[in-house]
Structure formats: structure tokens, C-alpha cells
Design a protein around this ligand. Structure first.
Ligand code: RIB
Length: 296
């Protein structure tokens, strides 16, 4: 089994500020740093650091070399990562406040230049039983889902950031959803966690669902099984990529056939460690660090 992550790659410009800036306000940032990011890239790095065999497909511009290097240094295969030398890589402007909370302004760049043809070319290298991991920061998602489902791949969907594009995707083809409470409300139209899980089960009976609930932990629901996981406590420095770290670690261990309780615990611990560190991809721990961390 191979894991393909067809997803975004961003240059994250991170500004540390006292508080997230308000409309009309000017604030002096404490510092600015450039990190590798993008939900797709972060999840690939988390998958690889968790020990999974992962290929990252996507598109970067001439300015995106550091993203390819970061993936390769993390053990991610980049055979299907393309470069358009004259285009601009996706980028973000991220404010991180004194409590580690963030706000993200995203410019799609090359992530929005993925075509159906590029998708077909990439998916031709994968087969039945392989796993496809998707987020919502690239173009051509509806086509990628249809084509991968036709091949017999298992589709994992993290519909983040949730927007109107998701409505054009056939989500009945998804095998595993990883959603937070807000995305759960947007997809299921339901209010509380139990209602979200009930609606998801009615609407997508063949799919498993992991619902993350911030400080209230996370819940897995699927195939007659419900598993709850509480969070591990750390001092929050930067929450960027916490969800991506959870996704990568959960998917890696789930498709390696580990018991769900073990997958939830591992993902939750890895995610907590990432919150205690700065940046997106650089904050994602290795499997060894997760196993050795003494967190409660
Ligand atoms: O999930 C965190 C990521 O979201 C950041 O790395 C940023 O690039 C945005 O895509």
C-alpha cells in the first residue's frame, strides 16, 4: 500500500504579534519568519515522520525550492511534485498572537493551477488499495476524487479550509473524514458533536469519521465503533499545523492497521507536541519524539 497526498504547498510568512490585528489597526510585529507549510505539505511531512510510505503530488513555482527540499529531507517521495518555474508558489501571511492562536491569509498561487490532466498523470502511478489524502487548498479536487475512486483508492478527506468548493465534490466516495467541529457543522449542518457524527453516519454510511474538538479532544466514529480521546497538555506556542500533524499521524497508523485507540492517542500526542513549537512543518515531531514524550 502506498499513500499519495495530493495537496497544497505554501511559503508561510509568520508574524508574531501581541494580538490578531483588528480592522483599521496597525500593529508592530515582534518578528517575522519564513516556514515551509501548506496543509498538504504539512500532512505529508507528518505521515513520513510517523513512518508511512508517502508520495506528495502538487505544484510549486520557481520560488518553492525550499518546500521540495523540506519534503525530501523528511522522507517524502517527490516524484510527482511538479515545478512551474515562472509561476508563484502558494503563500500565507500568518499572525500568531501571544497565546499561540493564529489567523491565516492564504494566496493560492500554484496550488490553484492543478489541472485534471496533471491529476490523471499522477494517479496513473497508483492502484487499487492505495490511499489518497486530500485537503481543500488545491484546484481539480472533484476530478481527483472521481478518478481515484474509479481506480479503487481509499480516499481520506480533510475538507480544510471549508468553502464552497467542497460542495462540488462527491463526498460519498470518501472512506475517512478528518474534520473539526466547525467543518462538521458546515458539512452536516448539525450543532453539537454527537449530532454531527449522527448526521455524518446517515449521510456517508461507508465512511469513518474523526472529529477533533479542540481542548475537548477528539472522537472516532465508524463501523459500529466510537473511540474518544482527550488532549495532552502543553504550553501553546503556535497552533499552526496542529490539525495537520493529527491527520498525518492518525492516517499513518490507521492504514498500518493499528487499533483505533492507539491511532487516536498517537495523533493527539503528536499534535500537542507541534503546538509547543514554532512554525508549520518544522513543528511536526518524529515518531521517536512522540513515543518518548512524557505528556498527560
Ligand atoms: O494548517 C496549517 C497550514 O494552513 C499552514 O501551514 C498554511 O500554509 C495553511 O495552508
Amino acid at each position: 500500500m502506498k499513500i499519495l497526498d495530493f495537496g497544497s504547498l505554501n511559503l508561510d510568512y509568520v508574524y508574531h504579534v501581541d494580538h490578531i490585528i483588528l480592522p483599521g489597526e496597525t500593529e508592530l510585529a515582534d518578528d517575522i519568519r519564513l516556514f515551509a507549510g501548506g496543509k498538504g505539505l504539512n500532512q505529508s511531512v507528518a505521515l513520513a515522520r510517523a513512518g508511512a510510505p508517502v508520495w506528495h503530488a502538487g505544484l510549486i513555482g520557481g520560488d518553492g525550492g525550499m518546500l521540495r527540499t523540506l519534503l525530501e529531507d523528511s522522507g517524502v517521495h517527490t516524484d510527482y511534485l511538479k515545478t512551474d518555474p515562472v509561476a508563484r508558489t502558494g503563500h500565507t501571511i500568518i499572525q500568531v498572537d501571544r497565546n499561540g492562536q493564529n489567523s491565516i491569509l492564504l494566496s493560492g498561487g500554484t496550488n490553484r493551477m492543478i489541472t485534471d490532466e496533471l491529476a490523471d498523470e499522477t494517479l496513473a502511478h497508483f492502484s487499487e488499495g492505495d490511499v489518497l489524502v486530500l485537503q481543500n487548498e488545491i484546484s481539480a479536487l472533484p476530478h481527483i476524487i472521481d478518478r481515484a475512486f474509479g481506480i479503487g483508492m481509499k480516499i481520506v478527506m480533510n475538507p480544510s479550509p471549508y468553502d464552497g468548493h467542497i460542495a462540488s465534490c462527491d463526498l460519498s466516495k470518501v472512506s475517512l473524514f478528518l474534520i473539526n467541529e466547525v467543518e462538521g457543522m458546515q458539512i452536516a449542518g448539525a450543532g453539537d458533536p454527537d449530532a454531527i457524527l449522527r448526521t455524518m453516519a446517515e449521510r456517508y454510511p461507508d465512511a469513518d469519521v474523526v472529529l477533533t474538538l479542540g481542548s475537548a479532544g477528539s472522537v472516532f466514529s465508524g463501523h459500529g465503533q466510537t473511540v474518544r480521546q482527550s488532549i495532552f497538555h502543553v504550553h501553546a506556542v503556535d497552533t499552526t499545523a496542529a490539525g495537520d500533524t493529527f491527520t498525518g499521524y492518525f492516517v499513518s497508523s490507521f492504514f498500518a492497521g493499528r487499533p483505533v485507540k492507539e491511532c487516536m492517542e498517537l495523533a493527539s500526542k503528536a499534535s500537542a507536541i507541534s503546538v509547543s513549537r514554532n512554525g508549520a512543518a518544522p513543528s511536526i515531531p518524529s515518531l521517536e519524539e512522540v513515543r518518548e514524550a512524557d505528556l498527560h
